[in-house]
Write a protein that binds this ligand. Sequence first.
Ligand SMILES: [Zn+2]
Length: 394
Amino acid sequence: MAALGIINLGGILTGDLAQPTAAGDALRIEDGRIAAIGSRADVGADDCAGLIDALGSTAAPGLIDSHAHVVFGDWTPRQNTLGWIESYLHGGITSMMSASEVHLPGRPTDRVGVKALAITAQRAYANFRPAGVKVHAGSVILEPGLEPSDFAELRAQGVWLAKMGFGAFARNQDAVPLVRAARAAGFVVMCHTGGVSIPGSHAVTAEDLLALAVDIAGHVNGGTTALPDAQLEDLVRQAPAHLRFQISQAGNLRSALRLLTLARERGCLARVLLSSDTPTGTGVMPLGVLKTVAEVSSLGGFTAGEAWAMATGNNADVLRQNTGRLAVGREADLVLLDAPCGSAFATAAAALEHGDLPGISAVLIDGALRVGRSRNTPLANRLARVVRLAAPGP
Ligand SMILES: [Zn+2]
């Protein structure tokens, strides 16, 4: 693929919590990856076959929704909506992780059925990216019929995600052997946290999560019902170092802020993940992750770059993806954004830090422009402009 330059950046959010901003005003993308970050002259942006003038906009890694209820294609049965993933792309989301295909009407719950569903979803999204969005799907739902030996078989078939919390276990902790086997086979295991969302499942307590020792405490601020405060404290204080704490837009905002305070005290903010937990009963929310970033930044006392990193680099780390950061060698999934028209603030970062949603004027995936001016965000003050597009490759 021909090189693409982006010039006149007013800021760069890196997606790296340890160093959330970078100096420079230009990027160079080659073969779908970030090839250079720095000054316009240093990165050789003007020599590129393609050129985008950011006109002062900020570049940031594309948002990763680590709790998305994908099912098949670009359809959600829960809100009976088509085209929702494409709409989320307009909210700056370039990757999403399935929270299991639990919303499939008539979903199977037997041993063969849950495996077949996970393999089918993994295959389907590997073959088809809705609107270009990278969907990590095929999350096997842990059910009592599964055997520990099933995870090696699933892993060999390309399945690497598992979800605990919806299965028909008499007690949640009965799933401990399955979670251990899944993690040993290389799975990333997410567990529901808090009150019941799917009829027939049980509330998941901090004690359950500590016993299960999953990778991700899904919607730790509730999906939608939060843990009691004392349990949230127990969880953060006692969780093993691999356990991530996921905040969801669909959960309880007060509980999310409490989690952030606890994580800051414990020095484990790199283990905080932002997500939407939609489409669900809460709705289809194309701006769900962007809104969560704004809330975490403005109410949680984090810079926009820090909050953005919780929705990008932190998510990419647990999902072991080469996305989520603006750094040389990373997949060039990124957004260009600016303060919205009418805002009291001059930059996207300043707007986010005061709780305003910025305007997006470009979304790129693997270095290819997928969306220009977003149809979902407010209008950006400054809109990035395509100067020239590279000729299509051979
Ligand atoms: Zn969910």
